[in-house]
Structures are given as C-alpha cells and as structure tokens.
Design a protein around this ligand. Structure first.
Ligand code: AMP
Ligand code: MG
Length: 306
C-alpha cells in the first residue's frame, strides 16, 4: 500500500511537471498536471496516444469540477449521485478553465471524473490541481489493474508508480456527454448505464461500430484494450492452440467468474487477459449483454479487432 510520504512525493512530482501512475477504483491512471501543457504532452508521448483522443481530467470533488466546466441540473444530479465513482461527464468547458487545451484535444468540452479511491483522492488533493489520468498503458493495449501491470506497461519510463493494490472494479469509467438534447453514452463502463438512466432518462447511443464517418467521441477507436494474441469472443470452447477464458459454466484455463458474477468478471478481465497473452490465441466464453456485461463485451469486441 501507499504511504502518506509516497503520496506527498508523487504530488510534488506532479506539480513539477512529472508523470505518476496512480490507482483508481477503475484502472491505474497515468497522472500529470492537467494545467501544464508540457506535462500533458508527455502523457500522450508516454502512451503513444493519438493526440486527437482527449484525456479525462480527475478532480477531488464536485466543487473543483464546477470550476472547470458548465454544470447544468442534470450534470449536478449525476455528480451528486455517482461521485466519487466510475462516471465521467463530458461537459462544456468553462470560459476561464485552466486545463490545457491539449488535454481536451482542442475540443470545447471537457471530460471530468472524481475517482473513488483514497490514494487517487489524496494525490489530487495534495497536488492541488486537476490531474489528467488516462489508463497507464501503451495506447491500444490492456489497461493495468495492478501497480505491477502499470510498471510493466510503462517500461523504462521515469514515472513513479503509486501502489494501491488491485483495482476494485477493473473496468474504465462510464462516459456520458451532456449537451443539448438527450445525454449520450459515449462509453459503457464500470457504472451500469441503467443506473444513469434511472436518474436522467434514456441515454442516446452512438453507433461505435460504424466503419466510417465521424465519431461522436474521438476515443471510439475500433481496436483498443487489446492483448497481443488474437482474441475470439463468444466461444463455446477453445480451438487447438487457443487458451480458453471461461465465464460461468463455460469453463476454461481461467474463469472470469465461475459463479457468473459480472462484477467479478469485470474486475478480473484485464488481469486474466494479461495472463493468457502471448498464447497462439485467446477464446473468451460468451458474456451476457446486460448490466456490466455490456461494458465487458465492448472491451472484448475492440480487443478482438485486428
Ligand atoms: P481513456 O482516457 O482512455 O479512459 O478514455 C477517455 C474517453 O473519454 C475516450 O473515449 C475519449 O474519447 C473520451 N473523451 C474525453 N474527452 C472527451 C470529450 N471532450 N468529448 C468526447 N469524448 C471525450
Ligand atoms: Mg485507456
């Protein structure tokens, strides 16, 4: 676990323009001062992330968030209900918002989240500024859900890694855009979209699988969250040479959740894919398309693309 001294050191590093990998309840993030252009540029560089793909800005609380973006009634309602937690809100940037334009890829909207993790919260508070925190992996690859995975992803990079143990949820946040018209689900994630709909009504859904045409969110990359090995979804059993990743009664070399619990499967997903990575192929058992299963299937579909 992480000491107060380690958090203090990490916060000083952030304030000096450095990068720090830190735990959240979703996945490990690669943190940097969101108001520092050079630090934000270093995050894109370290991840090999396309600069058109904007970053989520992490804040310590709703008050801090309201200083950065325009909160309407729905945004306030959702933030009150689900923050701290795995919900990212995409809102209009405030006129005097100090966040680097690079962080939002030049868009006049900003993605904001308040993570529910004591280390993340302590780090943001100690740094005293908003922190960008994309997942601490090379762009396109599996997200890290342990400090060791984050360190492995970042390789030789001179970033400090704060260890907060394995991530409780293990899947990225749910991303909802609020503008004119109905709220839009830009990314299914660790917060069940149905819980958001219970507060603000039906979420419009973009069509992320369209091969061409503009994307409602720049990060809707078709191939993402991917192991090196080819991945096959909805598999009843492994083909010769493949490693089987089971779910429920469809068993395998590893099983995301023998009891068929979707929250357990989400928490295990990236770590188990990592363990099976490097094999000739990975076959994944069918995951029901309900609740968290939607977010798991979203990740698997993208991981399966070549
Ligand atoms: P990541 O940092 O990899 O967890 O991804 C953040 C997600 O939020 C990506 O899908 C981004 O495209 C999306 N996102 C961040 N900022 C915006 C924004 N201003 N408008 C729309 N989507 C955004
Ligand atoms: Mg990511």
């Amino acid at each position: 676990m992480t000491s107060g001294a380690a958090i203090g050191k990490a916060a000083r590093s952030i304030r000096a323009g450095g990068l720090v990998a830190f735990p959240t309840e979703t996945v490990y993030g690669l943190g940097a001062d969101a108001t520092d252009d050079r630090a934000v540029a270093a995050v894109f560089e370290a991840k090999g992330r396309p600069r058109i793909n904007p970053l989520i800005v992490h804040v310590a609380g709703r008050g801090e968030a309201e200083a950065l973006a325009a909160f309407d009634d729905r945004a306030r309602l959702l933030a009150k209900r689900f923050w701290p937690g795995p919900l990212t809100l995409v809102l209009q940037r405030a006129p005097d918002c100090p966040v680097s334009w690079l962080a939002s890829a030049g868009l006049d909207t900003l993605a904001l989240r308040c993570p529910a993790h004591p280390v993340a919260e302590a780090l943001i508070r100690a740094a005293g500024r908003p922190i960008v925190g994309p997942s601490a992996n090379r762009s396109g690859r599996l997200s890290p859900t342990t400090a060791a995975h984050a360190a492995a992803e970042l390789g030789g990079l001179s970033a400090m890694v704060l260890d907060g143990g394995p991530c409780r949820l293990g899947l990225e946040s749910t991303v909802v855009a609020l503008g004119d018209g109905p709220p839009v689900l830009l990314r299914p994630g660790a917060l069940d979209a149905a819980a958001v709909e219970a507060e603000v009504g039906p979420l419009a859904e973009p069509a992320p699988w369209a091969e061409a045409g503009p994307r409602p969110s720049p990060g809707m990359l078709l191939r993402h969250y991917a192991p090196d090995s080819p991945l096959r979804t909805g598999a009843a059993s492994a083909r010769p040479g493949e490693a089987m990743l089971g779910f429920g009664a469809v068993d395998g070399e590893l099983n995301l959740s023998p009891s068929g619990d979707l929250a357990e499967a989400a928490a295990n997903l990236f770590a188990m894919l990592r363990r099976l990575d490097g094999r000739t192929g990975i076959a994944v058992a069918p995951i029901p398309e309900r609740g968290l299963g939607r977010a798991i299937n979203d990740r698997l579909r993208r991981a399966a693309r070549r």
